[in-house]
Design a protein around this ligand. Structure first.
Ligand SMILES: [Zn+2]
Length: 498
């Protein structure tokens, strides 16, 4: 049956709320506006589906498993591979495998490709087999783990765990979810507020807190969002305030509203959700102010294509079409903006994700998925290469590998955020532009399948059961410079939003 979409928006004066922080704010922990649906509940349709299918069957994704960084199997062999084929350290092999885990598993769930699905199944089986009895999942021998020099040395394990979580949810595999929780519990026992010699450093906070946000929602266990807050606090107090690689999103630097972004651009965009995750876990208004400042800074330094320039550092520059953009920066920006949108309900964060994905993202890859640029300027319509560091060219496997693997996981991740439920579970929220279908249960009533919902069109045809309320994000804000903070509010069926 057809139902009328219903939305009401309320404006919030962002600046005013930031300046009126009071003691009373500290007491109240805010509640996130939306809840993630299990991975696989939202399925791509139309051109997004076609692109994912094509990438899976004939793009980089179809053969990236042959890359030596993946073949070195840092997780399974704990960094001891006598047949190791490249000169990278085991840290980078582990990082590659983390990126790969998310890219392979999320894509294999959403694309129709039997070979990719089989590869995903085999990968999960081998990673689960590598898990130690105490739950440890990673690339180090027992003596190296949880030591000051190694605490951040399982590169991007957050992505590996996110891929496993996606797989567990989409395939109904409680054993995989249990393995993921055991891995996190092992970290929680060995790295926590009592281990004061250990600090979360730059790479860890590009994926682990974001993954914990998803795990907390998947399990309903608040301890995981609290652990995310611990990791963020640990990063904030880890010293090296001026480390040019990853200092932009440390709390003191964010609280300095006049300080522009200087750091390695992908570390900056990869940390943009941190103050918001910490705010929603702790209620500390300092984090809210820091989160607002972070996006105000981004607004000032954003490229025309919607990303954060940096080759590799941003260096505090004003935006220019002549400054290259790293694909990683684009993918992390999309990911972190979607998380902030989920928490705050702010329409602007979905605007940022869409603008970046559909411009900087789609503009730096070949349509057939066979290659992409590591660095690309907005002024470039074609790439002759090799450019800076041999990175301004189209290649199926850039070095380092970060941008390639982030490119592969970017679209599946975006799809999974296109629809969410309101936090009370009473309504489905259509949040991200693009063709997709969603199947979910809301408030215990199976809602059926919403077909072909294409925001921002002012209609949603929904084949719904008894409870089929859909609220649609107001994209009118997209046409404004720069956006009002807008929040989806409850509405009654049949009412038109204002
Ligand atoms: Zn990169």
């Amino acid at each position: 049956m057809k139902i009328q979409t219903t939305i009401i928006f309320a404006a919030i004066a962002t600046v005013a709320s930031a300046l009126s922080v009071t003691a009373a704010d500290t007491a109240a922990k805010p509640e996130a506006r939306f809840r993630l649906l299990p991975f696989g509940a939202v399925r791509p349709a139309g051109w997004i589906k076609a692109q994912l299918d094509q990438d899976a069957s004939g793009g980089e994704l179809a053969y990236y498993h042959r890359n030596w960084a993946i073949q070195n199997k840092a997780y399974e062999l704990r960094g001891h591979n006598p047949a190791k084929k490249d000169k990278q350290s085991e840290f980078w092999d582990g990082a590659a495998e983390g990126y790969w885990g998310l890219s392979l598993l999320s894509s294999s769930i959403l694309a129709d490709d039997a070979a990719l699905k089989k590869r995903g199944d085999e990968f999960v089986a081998s990673i689960l087999k590598s898990q130690d009895a105490d739950g440890y999942l990673g690339i180090h021998d027992a003596k190296k783990r949880y030591t000051p020099s190694m605490i951040d040395r399982v590169g991007h394990i957050g992505f590996m765990l996110q891929g496993l979580l996606d797989y567990a949810q989409a395939n109904g595999r409680p054993d995989v979810l249990a393995a993921v929780e055991r891995a996190v519990q092992c970290d929680m026992r060995n790295f926590n507020r009592t281990t004061t010699n250990l600090h979360a450093a730059g790479f860890m906070v590009m994926s682990y807190p974001q993954f914990l946000n998803a795990l907390a929602q998947a399990t309903g266990k608040k301890e995981y969002s609290d652990y995310a807050a611990f990791l963020i606090e640990s990063y904030n107090t880890s010293g090296e305030l001026d480390n040019p690689i990853y200092s932009d999103c440390k709390l003191p630097n964010l609280l300095d509203a006049k300080r522009p972004f200087y750091s390695h651009a992908c570390n900056t965009t990869g940390n943009l959700s941190l103050p918001w995750l910490a705010y929603f876990a702790t209620g500390n208004p300092q984090f809210k102010l820091a989160g607002e400042n972070a996006f105000a800074k981004f607004d000032r330094q954003m490229s025309a294509s919607g990303s954060l320039p940096g080759d590799e550092d941003n260096q505090g520059r004003d935006p220019s079409p002549e400054i290259p953009i790293e694909f990683c920066s684009t993918s992390y920006l999309v990911e972190n903006s979607l998380i902030v949108g989920e928490k705050t309900g702010g329409s602007r964060y979905f605007d940022i994700a869409e603008r970046c994905l559909f411009n900087a993202g789609q503009g730096a890859r070949l349509p057939d998925g066979t290659a992409h640029a590591y660095l690309k300027r907005d002024s470039e319509f074609t790439l002759e290469g090799p450019g800076i560091f041999h990175r301004e060219q189209y290649s199926p496997a850039q070095e380092p590998f970060c941008c390639t693997l982030r490119m592969i996981s970017m679209m599946p991740n975006y799809v999974s955020h296109m629809f969410k439920t309101t936090t009370d579970g009473s309504a489905l929220a259509a949040l991200g532009f693009g063709p997709a279908t969603v199947t979910t249960e809301m408030a215990g009533v199976k809602a059926g399948k919403a077909r072909g919902i294409r925001v921002p069109r002012a209609r949603a045809d929904m084949d719904a059961g008894g409870n089929g309320e859909v609220r649609r994000r107001d994209h009118r804000s997209s046409g404004r410079i720069f956006f009002r903070e807008e929040t989806v509010e409850r509405g009654r069926r049949g009412e038109r939003g204002v």
